[in-house]
Design a protein around this ligand. Structure first.
Ligand code: AMP
Ligand code: MG
Length: 420
């Protein structure tokens, strides 16, 4: 049976970065840049004011102080978006607003607070400067953000809101990015009922489809919902045909030892099975292989059916593969060292990933288990923001010991609850 790391590596070995596409910048959030972004213009385009105040010649303010104002003649006002056609000459100033281009002749801006403007009547014809200004004071230089001709963003960068803003500031409407994987999702099981249908005795609603499709979306990929396949070869094979155009196929259920667990058999018949079973809990029955698509083989992860197992397996094994396909370099979830607040037993001889609430207090991370860890107890996932890792060779971890905790969500997003 493979270790978690071996299984991840085998999956990564079978997937490659996808092709590029041109997308409107707003749609590229979370994708990876497939080209260098070169600035065709200076940002900002002109020297401009960083403050509301008066554009002056710095030398005209020499000796200015609260009790020794230097009085200058005000010859114009310039607001952001306009240009003053007047020139600041000795003894003059132009009233200027933040972002307005610096008028000719001026080399500094004195902010309102350092003038006696509040004592003057509007429109101001003369202004007392109450502080010395050095040249370049409160001036934003043309190109100081991004200079024309320079590489503003490098190919391979992940596109975040800041990158989108920067591209917009340079006038880019579209960007070349690695395309998002299309991920086909299929639930298997005779017991499953689609949402919106009544629930007959002995049946359960199909929840995996929804948790997995949400994970697919969260990581920036496109889910293709195939629905539910029954536990028979015909139903499964028919459904699998709809996965032909996908970049990856995810199934849930049908990979354990039961009589009707046929996903792995179909996988062997219709493609190549790379491995089955990993030394991990939850998630042992994971299957991975490739099924035959139209022109190419499609990587297929057979996720376990249990609601928690399939989510945890997705985070551990599917997420890195999808991120690699998207061209991302940083494909690991963040891990922190945390002090466990409950003792944990490991009778499985496999690595445990126990659901926990990880929170920082007094300079340390602490991990509190969410309660019963059964691999079908989906509620435990809603209570957790992390997974505590218990090594396979450890029989017990005592309260107070330090363990690794894989962060599923930072506190910003988790529904921290008060237990006790
Ligand atoms: P299996 O691996 O198919 O034996 O499924 C293991 C367990 O997970 C069984 O209790 C199933 O009923 C449950 N299960 C399988 N698929 C789903 C699903 N799509 N939604 C909710 N539970 C499921
Ligand atoms: Mg099943």
């Amino acid at each position: 049976m493979l270790s978690v790391e071996e299984a991840i590596q085998k999956i990564l070995d079978e997937v490659n970065i996808l092709e590029t596409e041109s997308v409107p910048i707003l749609e590229s959030l979370g994708q990876v840049l497939a080209e260098d972004i070169v600035a065709a213009i200076n940002v900002p385009p002109l020297d401009n004011s960083g403050m509301d105040g008066y554009a002056v010649r710095a030398q005209d303010t020499r000796g200015a102080g609260p009790t020794s104002p230097k009085v200058l003649r005000v010859i114009d006002t310039v607001i952001a978006g306009s240009i003053s056609h007047r020139k600041v000459e000795a003894g003059t100033a132009i009233r200027i607003m933040t972002g307005a281009p610096l008028p000719h002749g001026a080399d500094a801006v004195v902010q309102f607070e350092n003038t006696d403007e509040e004592k003057r009547k509007s429109p101001v014809t003369e202004i007392g400067i109450l502080a010395e200004a050095r040249p370049e004071l409160n001036i934003r230089k043309a190109g100081e953000d991004t200079a024309r001709g320079t590489v503003a963003l490098k190919k391979g960068a992940v596109i975040r809101p800041a990158e989108i803003g920067l591209m917009a500031s340079l006038g880019y409407t579209h960007v070349k990015a690695v395309r998002r994987p299309l991920v086909a999702i299929l639930s298997t099981g005779n017991e499953l009922v689609e949402l919106g249908q009544p629930l007959p005795e002995g049946k359960i609603y199909d929840s995996n489809l929804y948790s997995i499709a949400s994970l697919v979306k969260r990581y920036g990929c496109i889910p293709k919902i195939l629905g539910i396949a029954r536990d028979d070869e015909k139903s499964l094979v028919t459904k699998l045909k709809q996965a032909q155009d996908a970049d990856m196929l995810l199934t849930t259920g049908g990979v354990s030892m039961g009589d009707y667990d046929m996903v792995k058999d179909i996988l062997s018949k219709n493609g190549k099975m790379v491995f089955w079973q990993v030394r991990v809990k939850p998630g042992k029955p994971l299957a991975f292989g490739k099924i035959k698509g139209k022109n190419r083989d499609i990587p297929h992860v057979g996720l376990p059916g249990n609601a928690v197992s399939c989510m945890v397996s997705f985070e551990l094994f599917v997420r890195p593969a999808l991120l690699k396909m998207m061209g991302k370099k940083n494909i690991n979830k963040p891990v922190v060292e945390a002090i466990v607040e409950d003792s944990v037993k490991n009778d499985a001889g496999r690595r445990l990933y126990n659901r926990a609430i990880v929170a920082r207090r007094d300079g340390h991370y602490y991990a509190r288990l969410t309660g019963p860890q059964g691999s079908g107890i989906l509620k435990s996932m809603t209570l957790a923001n992390g997974l505590v890792l218990i090594p396979e060779e450890k029989k017990t971890v005592q309260k107070g010991e330090t363990v690794q905790a894989l962060m599923l969500d930072w506190n910003e997003e988790v529904n921290l609850i008060d237990k006790d």
